[in-house]
Ligand binder design. Sequence first.
Ligand code: 13P
Length: 258
Amino acid sequence: MTIKPLVIGNWKMNLDFVEAVHLGQQIGVLLKNRPSEHTEIVVAPPFVDLRSVASIVDSERIPIGVAAQHVNPNDNGAHTGEVSASMLKRLGVTWVLVGHSERRSMYAMDDAAVALTLRAVVRSGLKAVLCVGEALDIREDGDHDEWVRRQLRSALDGLDERFAELVTIAYEPIWAIGTGLTADVAQVHAMMTHVRSVLTPAFKESRVLYGGSVNAENAASLVAEGRADGFLVGGASLKAESFLAIIQACDDCYALKR
Ligand code: 13P
C-alpha cells in the first residue's frame, strides 16, 4: 500500500443534526486520544446536518473532511428540493459521493446523470467519490467485471484529465451493502486489480475503496490482502468506536507496508 488510505463514513439517512454533532464530537475525542497518523477521514452526513458538522469540525479542529451524499449537477434554478455544488462548497463541504447504488436504484440516477454529476462536482473544485458495483444476479452470472468496467468508462470517458486527482473510486457490490455479507478478500482483491486496470494512467493516484458491510473485524484483511485503499463505510460508521477501529486497521496496515 503506497497511497495513503481513506475511510469515509456514509451516514445515509440517519442522525438528525443534534445526533450528528454528537457523533462528530465523539469521533473528535477518540481521534485526540489516538490520532490517525496516515489515514484520511471523511464523514458524509445528511444534507440538513452538513452545516452543523462542518462547524464543529472547524471550531474543534477535528481532522476530518465533510462530504455530501449527493448533489444536483445544475448550478441553480428551478430544481425544487435539490442542492448545488456551490451551495455545498459554501458550507465547508469538500467531498461529494456520486452515483451511490441507492441513488441509482431508488432515485433513478442513470449512467448519464452520474457522468453529469461527476463533472459538476470536480468542476466546482470538490472531490468526488464515484461509486460503482454490481447486483447479485450480475455477480452470479460472472458479469461483474464487465459491469463495473462499463460504469467506470461511462462516468470517466471524456472527463478532462486535469480533474483526475479529484476522483476517488468506491467499489460497492450491491449484494454486500447493509447485508452483513462482505465480499471476501479474494473477490475484493480481484476487483481492486480490475478497477485499477480500467483506469487510465491519469488516475494512477486515485484511491480505490471497498464498501459493503465493512466492520472492525474484517477491515484489516480487506485492506491488507484485499488491497483496498480504504473504505466507504455505512452502518459501522454510525458508532464512533467501530468507525475508529476501521480507521485504525487502515493506519496499522499502511504503517506496516510502507
Ligand atoms: P454498509 O457498510 O452498511 O454495508 O453500507 C455500505 C455503503 O453503502 C456505504 O456507502
